[in-house]
Design a binder for this molecule. Structure first.
Ligand SMILES: O=C(O)C1=C[C@@H](OP(=O)(O)O)[C@@H](O)[C@H](O)C1
Ligand SMILES: C=C(OP(=O)(O)O)C(=O)O
Length: 456
């Protein structure tokens, strides 16, 4: 069971299989004065893991410059290596680690087991490659990964002619019996619980013998910008994805071009840093902000302005300056569910009520994020009401306490954000930030480092 110094959380995503609790909770630093900082961030998880997959399927070697080095990207690298893709570190100019050269094998090889950790991109993007490989590939992951929905990946591969064996029906672990080819063709899927089901199929589709004609039949389709990111990454490698109607995609069989790619900084990981400007009444700039991007983190510009911030993009630097107060907001985050934990944490410090909706699907992220946020905010004395597809926050004074991260990097950083304004917040598993940002604690401390005079 989780060991809490304060009180046990009512919501426990692990059921009876809780990981061991930890005594070394991280004391979230409180800001003594308004922050004034320029922050540079490592590469985007979503771009790195797409480009790794596309490079593995390409017609020659590719280079990824300034890729993300984190648990999710390293799991992806190991997954592809185990299918016989050659991935080497090469020196680069990036501040956060080496570049990568990826050389696809003549033939992908199965007969392996892949650890997906808790990475949605590994568990949803790699199984089609295992279908294209020769031999069986078993997929498994962390305890909580076994609770993330996988049935759409499994049934879609079966519909495309691949034999998949899933003893636990619809979740990890399962085995893809690759024969070296996937027939492909026309299929219908329900991707209402994750856009990654669509992206995972589109990324490999050009390698299917008959290509792919995919139709989404579910009621809603979350995280559309992530599907656009997939389509754009494919276009840059010469693969055209036609979309005759909303929720329908057609990809012809054809070669995926090898390519050298620069990975943009992770704009979703910029969220807690930028929000820190509002929480402390200060200013934060992020470097390397792209002029045009498919990353959903770019919508932070509108979202933080709605909370009352002044947001300015000059060249490649995005600066967020606090307004007079933090305003309550009404936000539909159906396109950017991964921003929800930060923006909901910010809403707990606003001077009016907020409703953040369109995020029913984030119950299927690293944890049930709606239940987790309601439990943790309530645990600090806040008022968070669970809605069918979101959360309503009403202003209430918060107090310190143990903030459970549920192994979820974005719940952990949401606790850190509240801790800037509320003394005594302790995050039980700040190491979970290594999923996409292993440097989080150092960068957060840097944000708070005393400066002789403000930078802005
Ligand atoms: O394709 C991707 O890289 C992602 C898609 C989204 O997933 P969902 O559609 O499950 O929200 C997003 O939340 C996740 O962090 C990354
Ligand atoms: C939902 C997320 O991750 P994953 O790629 O594991 O789905 C996330 O990073 O917010």
């Amino acid at each position: 069971m989780l060991i809490s110094k304060y009180s046990a959380p009512e919501f426990n995503p692990y059921g009876d299989d809780s990981p061991e609790g930890t005594d070394d909770a991280w004391s979230a630093p409180t800001a003594a004065s308004p922050v004034s900082a320029v922050v540079s961030l490592p590469g985007s998880k979503s771009l790195t893991n797409r480009e790794l997959v596309l490079a593995a399927l390409a017609d020659g070697p590719s280079v990824l410059r300034s890729p993300l080095w984190s648990r999710d990207s390293e799991l992806m690298i190991e997954a592809l290596r185990s299918l016989d893709v050659v991935i080497e570190k090469i020196p680069g100019d990036g501040a956060f680690g080496d570049d990568l050269r990826i050389t696809p094998p003549a033939e992908l090889a199965g007969s392996t087991t892949i650890d997906c950790g808790l990475a949605g991109t590994v568990m949803r993007f790699v199984p089609p490659l295992a279908g294209l490989a020769l031999g069986p590939t078993t997929f498994d992951g962390d305890e909580y990964a076994r609770k993330r929905p996988m049935s759409t990946t499994i049934t879609s591969l079966r519909a495309l002619g691949v034999d998949v064996n899933d003893d636990r029906s619809g979740s990890l672990p399962f085995t893809v019996h690759g024969t070296g080819t996937i027939v492909g063709g026309e299929i219908e899927i329900d991707a209402s619980s994750s856009s990654q089901f669509v992206s995972g199929l589109l990324l490999s589709a050009a390698r299917f013998e008959d290509g792919l004609h995919l139709r989404h039949t579910g009621e809603r389709l979350p995280s559309l910008p992530h599907i656009d990111m997939t389509i754009q990454a494919l276009a840059a490698r010469g693969i055209v994805v036609e979309s005759p109607t909303v929720g329908e995609w057609v990809v012809d069989h054809g070669p995926i071009a090898a390519r050298d790619v620069d990975i943009e900084p992770d704009l979703s990981n910029a969220a807690p840093f930028l929000a820190a400007a509002l929480v402390t009444g200060g200013a934060v700039a992020i470097t390397g902000w792209p002029t045009s991007t498919t990353q959903v983190g770019a919508t932070l510009i509108e979202h933080l302005a709605a909370f009352g911030a002044d947001v300015e993009l000059v060249g490649d630097r995005l600066t967020v300056t606090a307004g007079e107060s933090i305003r309550g907001v009404e936000l539909d985050l159906s396109e950017g569910g991964e921003l929800a934990p930060t923006l909901i944490a910010l809403a707990t410090l606003a001077d009016g009520p907020s409703e953040i909706t369109g995020i029913g699907h984030i119950r299927h992220h690293e944890t049930d994020r709606i239940a987790a946020l309601v439990a943790e905010i309530t645990g600090l004395g806040g008022t968070a009401i669970e809605l069918e597809d979101g959360i309503r926050i009403e202003p209430a004074p918060l107090h310190g306490g143990l903030w459970h991260a549920y192994a979820d990097h974005r719940i952990a950083t949401a606790g850190a954000l509240i801790g800037l304004a509320v003394e005594g917040v302790e995050v039980d598993d700040i190491q979970s930030t290594s999923k996409t940002l292993p440097q989080f604690v150092d960068l957060w401390n840097g944000l708070l480092a005393p400066r002789p005079e403000p930078l802005f």
